[in-house]
Design a protein around this ligand. Structure first.
Ligand code: NAP
Length: 248
């Protein structure tokens, strides 16, 4: 039997990058995948087709994770489609990087709403079905920057640090009901976004990491599989850094 056989997983922001890799690896491990995206309709349709061709059961939903009512509607729709939600992965995230001196209120609010409020919205919405099932695993995608801070990313770092506090609190609130909540803190993960950067700059980053390479989205997905599955049945309230040793 596969590690996530017949487990229903809801992943926010899976049209590309880390979320997409998580959707792919979860299907390979037997999961039924519901995923969301904000606007990448074509990429979402392509992912649905790809995962279905792999033999997976999958459905993409256009849903704004930062919208409280939309999160409730989404969870109702996923319940109607698949009958349960075993795992929630709060992965959707954005950056609006700039120094505090130049940061607008809008740049602060957009990052907070998409990265942090979204986790409240979705966790609140899945709470009822998970409580009823007396079972669940919630995984929040934080960042090493949420632990260390980073100049030019005060909004992003604050949202990712907030996710860690949220994770620990939910783990304490829901542990007695067999609902676990953990965070993943990725470091420098090489995606389409980083492929557009200057190769010299990227190489300098790689050299500064103990494992001497950037991470891949699959490196992050593998830790998500662990946290979603019963392999981590006694792990809750933790933040696992997936950063090649960048942060110790
Ligand atoms: P990405 O490639 O930019 O993808 C972001 C995903 O989130 C897309 O699917 C996007 O959908 C979706 N999204 C954005 N706003 C949304 C909203 N309001 N509602 C629903 N979905 C929304 O990002 P990534 O690099 O894979 O990162 C994924 C997560 O890991 C983020 O939380 C990020 O902060 C975190 N992380 C990434 C790194 C890294 O090095 N890449 C490092 C540390 C942490 P559309 O395509 O429709 O816009």
């Amino acid at each position: 039997m596969k590690l996530l056989q017949d487990q229903v997983v809801l992943i926010t922001g899976a049209s590309r990058g880390i979320g997409k890799a998580i959707a792919e690896e979860f299907v390979k491990n037997g999961a039924i995948v519901a995923f969301t995206y904000a606007s990448s309709e074509e990429k979402a349709k392509a992912l649905e087709a790809e995962l279905t061709a792999m033999g997976g059961t999958v459905k993409g939903f256009k849903s704004d994770a930062s919208n409280y009512d939309a999160a409730q509607t989404l969870v109702d729709d996923v319940m109607a489609a698949f009958g349960k939600i075993d795992v929630l992965i709060n992965n959707a995230g954005i950056t609006r990087d700039t120094l505090l001196m130049r940061m607008s209120e809008q740049q602060w609010d957009e990052v907070m709403d998409t990265n942090l409020k979204s986790a409240f919205n979705l966790t609140k919405a899945v709470q009822r079905p998970m409580l009823k099932a007396r079972k669940g695993s919630i995984i929040n995608m934080s960042s090493v920057v949420g632990v260390s801070g980073n100049a030019g990313q005060s909004n992003y770092a604050a949202s990712k640090a907030g996710l860690i506090g949220f994770t620990k609190s939910i783990a304490q609130e829901l542990g007695s009901r067999n609902i676990r909540c953990n965070a993943i803190a990725p470091g420098f993960i090489e995606t389409e976004m980083t492929a557009a950067l200057d190769e010299k700059v990227v190489q300098e980053w790689r050299n500064s990491i103990p494992l001497k390479r950037g991470g891949s989205p699959v490196d992050v997905a593998n830790v998500a599989i662990f946290l979603a599955s019963d392999m981590s049945a006694y792990v809750t309230g933790q933040t696992i850094n997936v950063c090649g040793g960048m942060l110790m």
